[in-house]
Design a protein around this ligand. Sequence first.
Ligand SMILES: *Cc1c(COP(=O)(O)O)cnc(C)c1O
Length: 383
Amino acid sequence: MGFSTKQIHAGVKPDPTTGAILTPIYQTTTYVQPSVDEYLSKGFSYSRSGNPTVRALENKLAELEGGADCAAFGTGMSAVTATMLAFLSAGDHAIISDVAYGGTYRLCTKVLTRFGIEFTFANGADPNDVASSVRDNTKLILTETPANPTMKCTDIAAISKIAKKAGAVHAVDNTFLTPYFQRPFELGADLSIHSTTKYMDGHNATVGGAVISKTAELAEKVKFIQNSTGSIMSPMVAWLTLQGCKTLSVRMEQQSANAMAIAEFLEAHPKVEQVCYPGLKSFAQHELSSQQATGYGAMLWFEVKGGLAAGKKLMDSVKLWSLAENLGSVESLITHPVTMTHADVEAKERARVGIIDGLVRLSVGLEDKEDLIGALENALKQV
Ligand SMILES: *Cc1c(COP(=O)(O)O)cnc(C)c1O
């Protein structure tokens, strides 16, 4: 089956009692057991451990990524946290992309270090830097590619080889491209992590997360943490995400086509200093992006001539684009990572990894590209 067929049909079947085509929202805490001897015969005991609506989403996401199983979480951050807790203990070491979601960086540096876990933030664009960061106690490598917000890309196959040699698990945060455009397991990775808040939901309706495991053995470790820490997704969120997923391929195609048009418009604009979009020939890792993904996604950033002051003017005056955190939705959003999503990353660290003060991040939505470009064109006249 093709991806678009799977995104609609995988994991769901008509409700056996009513024939309802959509999986119901099983809003229940517990499940009445037929008898002591038949405990768990229908598969569910308590909704922290598992819920039929959440299970349907987990099955769908596992199939879309081509993995053995999936665990769905209350947020993307709880999915990242569960990955860390499943594969790291006190005294262990993990290597993380030096450009990563601000919340991932904060989790590592401000929370997990308190429990005796060590982290190295390595340059994912240079596999040698990752290889030379490996220690005897390295148990996990987390790659975010393309990375939020600089769009730095990491060669998933190269890092998977390094992880295998080190005996470490390789997790890829696949939030930006989704399995429609990027297939971590086919490139050798072990886990694929999502903030389902972003493209999986796609409609700014929910926050959620997921970890898809390549093997049942890895999945069992993640599921154990999902139950032990009580971080499972809620049935309502799972239901909304189940509906959002059905149009993933169509949204990704159209949003990335819009992003390409906007990137080309910005690159040609005299008031724009630089544009960073993996689909542009000028993108430093255009070749790697073209080789390991089948699309370039709908995230990009640019810098206006005049840096931070000019960028602020543009973000405050632009119409149609909403100034907000989040990304991946049908609504186009404009974000200033330095004051918003990445404010918790120290200024020195931001400078080191290329999150410049004037960086304006765009999450390109599903509106008509002419309207999106027109709004940017008008705003650029103000700066
Ligand atoms: C948003 C995001 C997260 C965190 O997800 P939440 O749903 O906001 O908790 C993790 N990784 C990436 C790449 C993200 O964009």
